[in-house]
Design a protein around this ligand. Structure first.
Ligand code: MEV
Length: 416
């Protein structure tokens, strides 16, 4: 029997919308909102598209990377993240700024071979290396135009049954998922023909250990002092926090989540695949066999020094960035011209975000900043104007359980 959702993808946009409206009992106003939010080009990216889902975008200021100051567009729904990023950026940029380098920018992938003789496959891959590289390149020849292409293959024995033939590719300015997957399928077909072996799959790996950004930054300890703690005391507490993230998976996960608050927000603003960056980062954090903090902070004379190695597998061209016009504008705002700069800005922002989070945690605690934003939004959503805002927020800060009613009462007195 025909189900009304069968061949949903073949229906027109209007037909899909009316089916959903009926099933979910959507009002006219709700339908209008879905329609207003729709970017007609989104259908070029995804299937069954209904609308576009907007998230807030803001700008982190003052991030100095390798001597260049960047404004960084960030897409996030979380209060305090952008303020914290700017804060961390300011601290790290006061001295020499943040230093970043990208030793390699390569994508890797694997062809899994089943029930084959490991010595035969290993010998074959080494003996026919050049031919395999050619087969990979010919399956996607446009990579050769910019000097990219397959760079080498290796074999790893995973178990008695499975081998992984690993391919490394320079995909230039693209993130390269399509390029490498095409190449891997060509390599897989050729291997199974030549060796009469079964290949289980051919796919890139998100373990992006050949797309690492090395990032470091210093803050003069004197700049870290608060009302109740001296700069060196705060620096020592941040160094302690970093050590705890090396010791304990529970803290390491949250420590890294703080880094990814910045990383993901920028990766999204630049129109890249943030799940790829997320999975790469967390897998890299567990590369020693235990999951650890991605960054470390240590005291060196009068400075607090942060270091991080972070995989940032993103591209400057291609992918969704073609269809998402804001991604292009955001790259222009950030003043980045190529994928290495893009990777560096993202990683530097992650370190700045981490510093701000740790500083808040070991001094005032995280709730203070959050609370202020919540009070601002409570005040604004109850009719406070921008001029009245500082006074209203100050009054709300002194109260135990501020509510909409409290705001209205404060405004009544203020406007008399
Ligand atoms: C909140 O989104 C992120 C933090 O929890 C990060 C951290 O604890 O380091 C503040």
């Amino acid at each position: 029997m025909e189900n009304k959702w069968d061949h949903f993808y073949k229906k027109s946009y209007e037909q899909r919308l009316s089916l959903i409206a009926e099933a979910a009992n959507l009002s006219k106003a709700q339908l209008d909102l879905l329609g207003r939010s729709l970017n007609p080009r989104s259908g070029e990216l995804i299937e069954n598209n209904l609308t576009d889902y907007p998230l807030p975008e803001g700008i982190a200021v003052g991030l100095v990377v390798n001597g260049h100051e960047h404004l960084v567009p960030m897409v996030t729904e979380e209060p305090s993240v952008i303020a914290a990023a700017s804060n961390g950026a300011k601290l790290l940029s006061a001295g020499a700024g943040i230093h970043c380098s990208v030793p390699d920018n390569l994508v890797s992938g694997q062809v899994i071979v089943k029930d084959a003789d490991p010595h035969q496959v290993t010998k074959f891959v080494h003996d026919y290396q050049q031919q395999l590289i050619q087969i990979a390149d010919q399956s996607h020849p446009s990579v050769l135009k910019y000097g990219g292409g397959a760079k080498g293959l290796d074999v790893r024995i995973l178990s008695k049954q499975f081998l992984s033939v690993d391919l490394l590719v320079d995909t230039g300015e693209a993130m390269g998922a399509n390029i490498i997957n095409t190449m891997l399928e060509a390599v897989s077909n050729w291997l199974s023909e030549q060796l009469t072996v079964e290949t289980t799959m051919a796919i890139l790996t998100n373990f992006a250990d050949k797309a690492i950004v090395e990032v470091s930054g210093k803050v003069a300890m004197a700049k870290l002092g608060t009302k109740s703690l001296s700069g060196p005391q705060v620096a020592q507490k941040i160094a302690d926090a970093s050590q705890i993230a090396q010791l304990d998976i529970r803290r390491a996960t949250t420590h890294n989540k703080g880094i990814m608050n910045g990383v993901d927000a920028a990766v999204m603003a630049f129109g890249n695949d943030w799940r790829a960056v997320e999975s790469a980062a967390h897998a890299f954090a567990a590369r020693s066999g235990s999951y650890q903090g991605l960054s470390t902070w240590e005291i060196d004379e009068d400075q607090l020094v942060g270091r991080m190695s972070l995989p940032v597998p993103i591209g400057f061209v291609g992918g969704a960035s073609k269809v998402l016009p804001l991604a292009g504008i955001n790259k222009q705002i950030a003043q980045i011209d190529n994928s290495r700069e893009e990777m560096q800005v993202v990683a530097a922002l992650g370190l700045a975000q981490n510093l701000a989070a740790l500083k808040a945690l070991v001094t005032d605690g995280i709730q203070k900043g959050h609370m202020n934003l919540q009070l601002r939004s409570l005040a604004l959503s109850n009719g406070t104007t921008m001029q009245e805002l500082p006074v209203v927020v100050q009054k709300l800060q002194g109260m135990d359980h501020p509510s909409s009613q409290t705001v209205k009462e404060i405004l009544k007195i203020l406007r008399r």
